[in-house]
Unconditional design. Structure first.
Length: 268
């Protein structure tokens, strides 16, 4: 079930690590079938948000509803059912180094289904073919490049044809060609599977080429939201600084601290 066309609804969500507030009363909606980017500077709570949606963390306040089901981390049965419909591309891939490429992609199929080995084989080869790496099925992660590893991890993330796929910094550490290939694969797989994709990233160019909607998180709240076109036309100083990577603007270089002269015991 989708609410108002949205697969994921987040309302009044707050989360903190001890006294450090990460998210403060955040509202977000992710439209079914769309690619939504969650952007912001490092340490602003983007990856934490993915962990909350995946049920790895529990919010202090607020609700997360996925496909009409309210996420409750204390209800393990319901949580596991939701997770079977989620795929996750971890930052830098997180492949199992002792398993072959084939075995990595087969892993979720063997864990979450009772399919025969013949069907699993066919599905794995189809997923690897979709990312252009069927010929690498018998290699180990140490035998492929970083860009190829990311594509293998992508094949694993969509092995179960999940309704929701989450990407944690999918472009980090990739060369320009691999970055372009990965972004287009995300778009093509999203359209082919009819899934909903959430991308946590701060790579503006690649993300804006494929995203349908963008949220920019800053200081625990939604600082800006809109389509890539709307955000690119914004004159808001924060948005302009973030999208253009300007050193000067509302986001300061220095973490708040007492004056250096005071710290060093110097007289003014």
């Amino acid at each position: 079930m989708k609410q108002n066309g949205n697969l994921v609804e987040i309302r009044d969500l707050s989360f903190a690590y001890g006294d450090r507030e990460i998210l403060d009363n955040v509202d977000l909606s992710f439209k079914a079938g769309s690619i939504t980017a969650i952007m912001g500077a490092s340490g602003m709570g983007k990856t934490t948000l993915l962990k909350l949606i995946g049920g790895l963390l529990a919010p202090q306040t607020g609700t997360i509803t996925i496909g009409g089901t309210r996420l409750d981390v204390s209800d393990k049965k319901s949580l596991y059912e939701l997770r079977r419909n989620m795929g996750m591309l971890f930052q830098f891939g997180a492949l199992f180094t002792d398993l072959t490429v084939f075995e990595n992609v087969a892993f979720p199929l063997r864990e979450h289904t009772n399919l025969s080995e013949e069907i699993i084989r066919n599905l794995v080869l189809l997923k690897l073919d979709a990312v252009g790496l069927r010929g690498a099925a018998n290699l180990y992660p140490s035998e492929v490049s970083g860009g190829m590893s990311r594509r293998i991890a992508l094949a694993r993330a969509v092995a179960l044809d999940p309704m929701l796929v989450m990407y944690d910094e999918p472009f980090a550490g990739l060369d320009p060609i691999s970055m372009g290939v990965t972004s287009q694969l995300i778009k093509k797989l999203n359209d082919a599977l009819g899934s909903t994709s959430l991308i946590v990233t701060h790579d503006v160019q690649e993300t804006f080429e494929i995203a349908d909607y963008v949220y920019i998180i800053s200081s625990g709240q939604v600082a800006a939201k809109g389509t890539p076109q709307e955000l690119m036309q914004s004159t808001d100083p924060f948005i302009v600084q973030f999208l253009k990577g300007l050193p000067d603007g509302p986001v300061k270089f220095h973490y708040p601290a007492a004056a250096l002269s005071t710290e060093l015991g110097m007289k003014s």
